[in-house]
Design a protein around this ligand. Structure first.
Ligand SMILES: [Mn+2]
Length: 327
């Protein structure tokens, strides 16, 4: 894929923004910090420029991101059927379908704009601002504003910071570049309370989430000479603490912390099935594991749901893990 010339695409979008009056903005299904932060930052700038903005997400804003400024203005679920927008801007959608069913909006939109940092992006827009070397979409949006000479407010800086800090795993993942840190530094210069935001993102966990994490850690088994970390949560663990599957988000990453672990798996008993989450580092491709059981994901992070009992599921999955590591 030939990456479009970024400066040229920035200019095209700037022209669309100057000329247009109404904008539709959407992010991907199960929106994350980068999608929402980017969306809210752009909409704030558009509104300051006197434009009308319709913010859309197929799925609700996750509870832990509800603090994002104006997160409540995002309409959840239904797209306007007959309305025409001067432009539809899709964030982090490598295909339009990643945003949900947007066909009616896209058909009537004056221009379609695709802003993304995934290298699999299909370049379906009239404008394609796609930069796979960027840590996050928020980092791209900062550069867009810079190129447009837009002065950003504290609130907009906070939104972009949330996008960058979450997508880089707090500046931990390899996609973090010198430019990422430079952009973060410029954002901090606006004076928003980044420490407060870090607290909201990383230092607040509900009691059920903390307690279920404790159970998961207690269940930790290290197999294959310490290369595989296994954690198992049963229905009784959830009922004991009034916990739900979404309280186990992030639990899997603790499995990767034991020295020497190449692959971690979390088994979670749900109604009539077992939720399985995988993480790995290096060459072990866990998306292939998930695919065997009808799931999917990335090379180092994936998952699937298996309709079977816990013991049967564990036996089957652990056998596939053995095969993968032996290959
Ligand atoms: Mn992203």
């Amino acid at each position: 894929m030939k990456t479009p010339d970024l400066e040229q695409e920035f200019k095209k979008l700037e022209e669309i923004i100057v000329a247009g009056g109404s904008f539709f903005l959407a992010g991907h299904l199960n929106p994350d910090g980068d999608t929402l932060g980017s969306m809210l930052a752009i909409s704030s700038v558009l509104r300051r420029l006197g434009k009308k903005v319709y913010l859309f997400s197929s799925d609700p804003v996750p509870e832990n991101l509800g603090f994002l400024p104006h997160a409540g203005s995002i309409r959840i679920g239904r797209v306007p059927q007959k309305k025409r927008f001067d432009a539809a801007i899709l964030l982090e959608c490598s295909t339009p379908a990643r945003g949900g069913d947007l066909s009616s909006v896209l058909k009537h939109a004056g221009k379609v704009v695709n802003i993304d940092h995934h290298k699999t992006s299909e370049l379906y827009g009239d404008v394609n601002i796609v930069e796979p070397h960027s840590s996050s979409t928020a980092e791209i949006i900062y550069r867009l504003f810079y190129s447009m000479n837009v002065h950003i407010t504290k609130t907009e800086a906070a939104c972009l910071y949330v996008g960058i800090v979450t997508d880089t795993g707090r500046f931990h993942f390899p996609a973090t570049s010198p430019r990422t840190l430079e952009v973060a530094s410029r954002l901090l210069e606006t004076g928003f309370k980044f420490s407060r935001i870090n607290d909201l993102l990383y230092a607040s966990k509900s009691a059920p989430a903390l307690k279920i994490l404790g159970r998961a850690l207690e269940s930790l088994e290290l197999l294959s000479g310490g290369r595989v970390a296994v954690m198992t949560l049963r229905t009784s663990d959830f009922t004991d603490f009034d916990a739900a599957p979404e309280h186990t988000e992030n639990v899997i990453n603790y499995g990767m912390m034991a020295p020497g672990v190449k692959l971690a798996v979390l088994f979670r008993e749900e109604e009539g099935r077992i939720g399985v989450t995988f993480r790995s580092r290096g060459h072990a491709d866990v998306s292939s594991l998930a695919k065997i059981f009808g799931g999917g994901g990335h090379k180092n992070a994936s998952g699937c749901k298996i309709k079977a009992g816990m013991e049967e599921t564990r036996t089957k999955v652990l056998a596939e893990i053995q095969k993968l590591l032996a290959a």
